[in-house]
Design a protein around this ligand. Structure first.
Ligand SMILES: [Zn+2]
Length: 97
């Protein structure tokens, strides 16, 4: 029998270092930052999210975002989908973090 961890370690995701756009969650009103993920999707992070690691890159990730020079690794715990009390409303759009 496997030991049960007390708290599940947070997974991470990669997001573009720029551009970022500040806003407020339409459901709970909390301050969020809209970023682009490495899969081209717009994704809300909680304002004040922690950057775990930064990668320099020359890969053209998204033709619409021509000058991406680095990616940030952030915890999925800082995704607003993880912290919003109304996250159920986003489930249709939430496919991959
Ligand atoms: Zn919210």
């Amino acid at each position: 029998m496997k030991p049960i961890p007390i708290s599940k370690p947070a997974r991470t995701m990669l997001v573009c270092a720029a551009p970022h756009q500040s806003g407020k969650c339409s459901a709970c009103g909390k301050s969020i930052v809209w970023v682009f993920t490495s899969r081209y999707a717009r994704h809300p992070l909680d304002a004040g999210f922690v950057v775990l690691e930064e990668f320099e890159t020359t890969v053209e990730i998204n033709p619409r975002l021509q000058r991406i020079q680095s990616l940030l690794r952030v915890s999925t715990a800082d995704s607003h989908f993880a912290t919003c009390p109304f996250a159920d409303r986003f489930k249709k759009k939430r496919r991959e973090l």
